[in-house]
Design a protein around this ligand. Structure first.
Ligand SMILES: Cc1ncc(COP(=O)(O)O)c(C=O)c1O
Length: 342
């Protein structure tokens, strides 16, 4: 293992930092070029790019982890590649072949090895692949050219003093996605559209807002930029099912872990906001924090508390420990979940 960058890993937050090299590839005349690593962290594009005017862009987020033995590994990057291509279909952008996507991620991690936080630091390397429509164009139509890029930054532990619950608020007058819109895809516009609701929730003192289903406002969809799960009083793992929820890779992994490691019944089904008292524990899940336990949900002038506003529930803690253990190589992973960076 080479020398590590001089960084106080435990103090890192989630902030941009220029690391050594990033990957860029261009799609033009119907095909991708080879792609290359570059030191230049500025991207120069036409003022008439569709990404600027019409939001023709999508992205992904995943992490690299250092194991106890010093190996560097990725967690299910094939699912990020697959999800990016689903976003491409939605926005009429060319696919990034899975091998190209994974190769680009591997190259970037390898080239920035000194920024991959060491085992035990709590920090990880966050990897951000993106794809955007560029080239000269003014009408509302797909771009003539595309840029696929991947960069990485070391990020700190989401919870600096151990996992602890957060409270969330249902904001009934905001929607994140339309019933047949882009909610199920990781496209840029979804995030621009979520900024105001997040700011309102934060101003009211909550970690983020909870989005209900846009058609009826009766079912839980997303918790800010994370998926929801609840543990019922009968020890079942339940997570909402809807085409306008982003299919979280963490959520899909937790469904598997709950079923196969903890032998719990698991269900993906509608979760009515009026029936949240069926849950003794609840959490928000995503790559950033793995799991953020939900202390309480504020809905219609009432704060519904699950397990506790200060303590993590026992099943949530087990799920967290197992998934993070798999990501760090401390717990045996299901076949195909771990990709070593060599
Ligand atoms: C809207 C939204 N929901 C859920 C998630 C969690 O997905 P994942 O577990 O793949 O990070 C994310 C983050 O990527 C997100 O942006």
């Amino acid at each position: 293992m080479g020398k590590k960058a001089d960084i106080d890993w435990g103090k890192l937050g989630f902030e941009y930092m220029k690391t050594d090299l990033r990957y860029i590839s261009v799609w033009k005349d119907g095909k991708w070029d080879e792609g290359k690593l570059t030191e230049d962290n500025m991207v120069s594009i036409s003022e008439a790019s569709t990404v600027i005017h019409y939001g023709q862009s999508c992205f992904e987020g995943l992490k690299a982890y250092t194991t106890k033995e010093g190996k560097i590994q990725l967690f299910r990057p094939d699912l990020n590649a697959e999800r990016m291509n689903e976003s491409c279909d939605k926005l009429l952008m060319p696919h990034v072949p899975e091998e190209k996507f994974i190769d680009a991620v591997m190259q970037v991690v390898k080239a920035n090895e000194k920024y991959v936080p060491p085992y035990g630091s709590g920090a990880t390397l966050y990897i951000r692949p993106y794809l955007m429509g560029v080239g000269h164009n003014i009408g509302v139509k797909p771009a003539p050219e595309y840029i696929f890029g991947v960069f990485c930054i070391p990020v700190g532990p989401y919870f600096k003093d151990g996992v602890s619950p957060c409270n969330y608020i249902v904001l009934d007058d905001y929607d994140r996605a339309a019933p047949h819109g882009t909610g199920g895809n990781k496209v840029g516009g979804n995030y621009a559209a979520s900024l105001q609701a997040h700011a309102v929730a934060a101003e009211k003192g909550f970690a983020d807002c909870i989005y209900l289903d846009p058609a009826t406002h009766t079912k839980i969809e997303e918790i800010g930029a994370a998926n929801f799960f609840g543990i019922t009083k009968n020890d079942e793992f339940i997570t909402p099912k809807s085409p306008s929820i982003l299919p979280s890779i963490t959520k899909r992994s937790l469904l598997y872990i709950a079923e196969h490691y903890l032998k719990m019944p698991v269900y993906e089904k509608e979760v009515l906001i009026d029936e949240i008292d069926q849950f003794k524990e609840a959490g928000a899940c995503g790559t950033a924090a793995v799991i953020t336990p939900i202390g309480g949900i504020h809905y219609k002038d009432n704060l519904h508390v699950f397990h506790s506003e200060t303590e993590v529930g026992p099943i949530t803690q087990k799920l967290y420990d197992l998934l993070l253990g798999i990501q760090l190589g401390d717990v045996e992973a299901p076949k195909g979940w771990i990709f070593e960076v060599k």
